[in-house]
Structure formats: C-alpha cells, structure tokens
Design a protein around this ligand. Structure first.
Ligand SMILES: C[S@@+](CC[C@H](N)C(=O)[O-])C[C@H]1O[C@@H](n2cnc3c(N)ncnc32)[C@H](O)[C@@H]1O
Length: 244
C-alpha cells in the first residue's frame, strides 16, 4: 500500500491529517511514558545521536517539525545551544504537554512551541539554519509537500536532519524485531494508551514508509543535496541528513 494511504483509524472519509491529529491528541498523555517503556529508553539515545549530526555547524535558528512533546527541541537547545528553537506540531495536546516540559526546564525564552501544519508553514523562505524532524515525517498527509516546506524555510547551506523508523534487514534480528513490533508493542500500546489503533498504525505505517536509499532519493527529488543516512540499532531507525 502507498505510505500516505496508511491511516490511523481506517476511516476513508476522513483525511490522514485529521486522523493523525486526533490520534496524537488522544495518546498525548501517555506518549512519553510509552516511548521510554517500549524502546527501553533507547529513543533518547537515538535523539542524541541525531542531534550530534547538526551540532557541528552550530545553527542559530532551528525549526523542529512535528515536535510533539518537544523532546528533540529541548535536547537541541541543551546540546547545540542555538539562539532559538521553534517547534511546530499539528496536535494541540502534544504541544500543550511539550509546553509544560519547556516551562519546567526554564527554557521558555529559547524553545517556542506552536500548533501548525508542516505542509503549510507560516515562515519565510530561508529563515532557519537547520530543520529537524524525529518520528514525524511518516505521519505527514503528503510527504513531498512537507519535505518541500522544510527545504523552503532553510537558508542556503542550511541542514536537514530527519530521524525516522526504518525496517531492519539483518537475519535473525529482522524477524525478532518484527514480531515485537507487530504483535507485542501494539498490545502493550493498546492497553496503556487506551487507543486500540495507534500502535498498530505505528507498525503498519513503518512497513509502508520508504527507508534508506528510497527515502534518500525522495529527499534529493525535493532539492536536498549531500544526502546521507545512518542506520541506528540494526536499522530500527535511521538518521537522514541533507543540505540546501
Ligand atoms: C511520533 S510523534 C513524534 C514527536 C517528537 N518529534 C518525538 O520525537 O517524540 C509524531 C508527531 O508528528 C505530528 N504531526 C503529524 N503530522 C503533522 C503535520 N502535518 N504537521 C505537524 N505535525 C505533524 C504529530 O502530531 C505528532 O506529535
């Protein structure tokens, strides 16, 4: 199935973007706990590795797309120390939990979160030195449109960093991880998040989503250059970087 046809609730009369917003609004209170629990805390290590890819260029203004509860945005502020990180997310509930975390960490002057659609950003061309997205682009209603917006708001020479799930390829890890991802994780997710579909959608959307070279080719097709990718934890997820 085409990746953008994989829907959280399989309600064909409602568009993917609305379904994704509803889903994240619903699971927002459980999202951080489930991330840590289901990944055994490895998700935070993946974010740190991803951030290291943009740290060297010392970006001053960073836009974090699909920022969710702001884990990546906060970590960027702490590690890279830009003058400003703006986080945009389509789910008001995810943003509200993100804002509580930003406030608690006394980062409100540097990390600013707002509700917005990554496919239609309010920012001018070339405003940011780096644009990031962790586990977000898979959920876009229209991947190419979202990526083109990320390209547009970057300054020339600015850096893109995407962290996204990919499909492990190495036997027997591929088979073991697939069983966990397809059966165990959705069962735990169902009871903990109280949403029976959310963690099934996670599995289904990853299966249909382009990874490695396929994803790199899409990034090149919207204009990014010097595209490279680095698989993490035997390919459970992959960091993609590119330049404008
Ligand atoms: C799996 S979460 C990732 C959140 C965060 N980046 C992280 O690393 O934990 C995906 C996020 O993408 C957001 N999202 C999905 N489609 C979006 C869109 N079109 N524009 C902005 N945010 C979007 C969702 O609301 C959700 O918060």
């Amino acid at each position: 199935m085409e990746h953008d046809k994989v829907l959280p609730y399989e309600q064909e009369q409602i568009d993917k973007k609305t379904q994704v917003t509803n889903m994240f609004d619903r699971i927002a209170p459980y999202y951080d706990f489930l991330n840590r629990f289901l990944s055994l805390g490895i998700d935070q290590r993946w974010r740190k590795k991803a951030i290291a890819k943009i740290a060297e260029a010392q970006p001053k203004r960073v836009l974090d797309i699909a920022t969710g509860t702001a884990d990546l945005a906060i970590e960027i502020q702490n590690k890279v120390k830009p003058t400003e990180v703006i986080g945009v997310d389509i789910s008001p509930k995810m943003i509200s939990i993100g804002n509580e975390k930003v406030l608690k960490r006394k980062l409100s002057n540097q990390v600013k979160l707002e509700v917005g659609d990554s496919e239609n950003l309010r920012f001018d061309e070339g405003e940011f030195d780096a644009v990031t997205a962790s586990f977000g682009v898979r959920n876009f209603g229209n991947l190419e449109k979202g990526l083109s917006e990320m390209y547009r708001i970057l300054s020339t020479g600015g850096q893109l960093m995407i962290l996204e799930f990919s499909k492990p390829t190495i036997f027997p890890f591929k088979q073991l991880f697939n069983s966990y991802f397809k059966y165990i994780l959705p069962t735990i997710g169902k009871f903990t998040s109280k949403d029976p579909r959310a963690y099934k959608y996670l599995y289904e959307s990853v299966q249909a989503f382009p990874d490695y070279e396929d994803m790199a080719n899409i990034l090149k097709s919207v204009g990014f250059k010097d595209v490279e990718w680095t698989p993490l934890t035997l390919g459970i997820c992959t960091i993609y970087i590119g330049k404008k």
